[in-house]
Design a protein around this ligand. Sequence first.
Ligand SMILES: Nc1ncnc2c1ncn2[C@@H]1O[C@H](COP(=O)(O)OP(=O)(O)OP(=O)(O)O)[C@@H](O)[C@H]1O
Length: 448
Amino acid sequence: MNWVVTNYHSSSNYQSQILQLTGLSNHQLPNLRVRRVLPLRSLNLGSIASSDSDKDSPDAKQSVPEDSINVVIRCRPLSQKEIEAHDASVVTFPGGGQILLSGLDSIIHGDNGPKTKQFSFNVVFEPRAQQPDVFLYSGMTRLVQMAIEGFSTTCFCYGQTGSGKTHTLTGPPGMFNRKKPIFLSPFCSQFNRKKPPDPLHPDHGIIFRSFLYLFSLLQDRQDVHYVLKATFLEIYNEKVIDLLNNTRRSLPVRWSKKSRSFFVENLFTVDCEELDDLLAVLEEGMRNRSVGAHAMNDVSSRSHTMLTISITSEQLMDNGVYITKAGKINFVDLAGSEMTKKTLSEGKTLREANNINKSLMVLGYCISSLSDPKKRGGHIPYRDSKLTKLLADSLAGSGVTLMIATISPALSNISESLNTLRYAARAKRIRTKPIIVMALIKRTNYSH
Ligand SMILES: Nc1ncnc2c1ncn2[C@@H]1O[C@H](COP(=O)(O)OP(=O)(O)OP(=O)(O)O)[C@@H](O)[C@H]1O
């Protein structure tokens, strides 16, 4: 198998693209030996790519169109607790992707301090926005389409504790808390649950909706053979734990020279032939993830979770060559930043909070460096946490990324909301270089 990489803006005609990129003629395609990843120069993975022999190749200098991280904001409604405490709403929505934070004089003291601050984003979801709105208008559908086309895509939720990250990705607490464990084999559908897929509920979040959309798109492409695999992990107290093989053993994160990215060794991978297999993976992972209660959220994520769907496709071209593409979708539910004085965390919860805050701080440094044109080419501290290692490629590599920043409208959370909006504004300036990873295979005796 010979891997070729192309950029997506010109991906509509792969064969002519490959010929153009490689300078080969049509009859040479089957014997192609191309191992060059074109946008290596611009991967901007800082210190990750320590020994990079490909760096100086002429191909690597080829300019590739960039993509910005797509940043959208979701503001949840005031919670019952906040309403009962007569907490004021300090967030308003002037329209056109604008969001206005008022009441800043309560945290920024001094006569000359600003009382309001306005931010501008691609899309802003107001408190009355419903789950289908967020799925349809956040850019998530584009991510699913691009993953099928061979891109590595990521949707991650960022925000303070209790701001609605898990709600946005999966739904309110209790949507996926089956009492009985689901037996998952690596070939999931052989152990099917023999029940129809769960019906779509208005509260179902982006992940469930993406699964449905993904399968509806795949069913339309009968000319292409797809293989779907899923993994689900959490980073708990700086340890990577497999949520589908629940031994709670810490798994190592390693650097792959071949794929030029970090990966988790020995992760349990589930083959998903049917929609129900994906749902089983989601349910099992949600059941096994670490949650706990504190003063600001009764069902608070105590870990960062990452659910990955790998989509490999194989299509027979006119000249008998199979084109294989490998895309993926990562759904990342970050644990929320916590002011431990407010969450009243202590003991185990405090230790978890410190680890959460530490890894989010490293993520913050990475976002801040990547968004600054002067620092972008320098050292980016991805290696300082497991979370940033696993997000490195999504943040500044060859992926397509959607960041959903969630905030509370309450005055009592104004400094956290300001921080989240500042982070989100920085993340908007990060550029990635999306690529499709493809292989060309000549087979003599293959049939689907
Ligand atoms: N947009 C929303 N509409 C209605 N309820 C919401 C919304 N967003 C969040 N909630 C509710 O607020 C509570 C906290 O939300 P959630 O657990 O998703 O927060 P979180 O950001 O994931 O918190 P943590 O970081 O502590 O895990 C939940 O009960 C959730 O259902």
